[in-house]
Design a protein around this ligand. Structure first.
Ligand code: NI
Ligand code: MN
Length: 229
């Protein structure tokens, strides 16, 4: 699986030639807008963890161009996206899973909030467990550390990697993300949701030291960088 970082909590995972894009927020991100051409972002599928603008601001523009096979998101966010004209919306809810041609997606619990940019009710935020024949990974979405994550290790004992927010303030910070990696049984995780806004500036050295102490690998790819995971 190939992981590409687009800044903030936006990334894609390439599986067997298909691009799974998560939480698109690029052209509105001052750190990413000059590094990533929005028209170059591939998306055979789009996943949106909750209704906050820093997770879906570019969803409509990208979906219009790439015509994804599905836009998978919590129910209320999905209804809102359909009203914006998005097609192939798969509006699910927590605990539910669905098989796609690349593998199976399960919506997991997240402790956060969720309203849409216009103030509409966004339901509850989610994370995604993705299980494929090429490997499995878990993206927690914006969340606090929660013991619910221990279930991920039961559902997917073979987890190749995880993706966790590490910026603190709006979500868990790096120390809690290291604990989360232990709970889900991931030996490596990618840190996201940091540096984009003043309250979430990351102390990189401290974050890497925290992971190193726990024997977990913290990956911090640059914006636009791709890594094999
Ligand atoms: Ni959020
Ligand atoms: Mn966020």
């Amino acid at each position: 699986m190939r992981f590409t970082y687009y800044g903030h909590a936006c990334f894609s995972v390439e599986i067997a030639g298909q691009h799974l894009l998560f939480d698109p927020f690029i052209s509105y991100n001052p750190l990413a807008k000059d590094k990533i051409a929005l028209e170059s972002v591939k998306a055979d599928y789009i996943f949106i963890s909750h209704g906050h603008g820093d997770h879906l601001a570019d969803a409509a523009a990208i979906a219009k161009r790439t015509q994804p096979k599905a836009v998978v998101t919590p129910f209320e966010v999905g209804e809102w996206l359909e009203k914006q004209g998005l097609k192939n919306v798969v509006a699910m809810n927590h605990g539910g899973s669905k098989a796609f041609d690349f593998g199976r997606i399960k919506l997991t619990a997240a402790i956060h909030s969720s309203n849409l940019p216009d103030g509409s009710y966004g339901g509850n935020p989610c994370g995604f467990l993705c299980q494929t024949s090429a490997g499995s990974f878990y993206y927690s979405g914006d969340t606090a550390l929660t013991r619910d994550m221990e279930l991920v290790a039961k559902w997917a004992p073979d987890l190749a990697f995880a993706v966790f927010p590490i910026g603190d303030f709006y979500t868990m910070g790096a120390d809690d993300a290291v604990l989360a990696a232990g709970m889900v049984g991931a030996k490596k995780f990618v840190g996201v949701h940091y540096d984009s806004f003043p309250p979430i500036r990351l102390d990189r050295a401290a974050a890497l030291a925290s992971a190193g102490k726990a024997g977990v690998e913290l990956l911090l790819p640059g914006i636009g960088e791709s890594i094999d995971v």
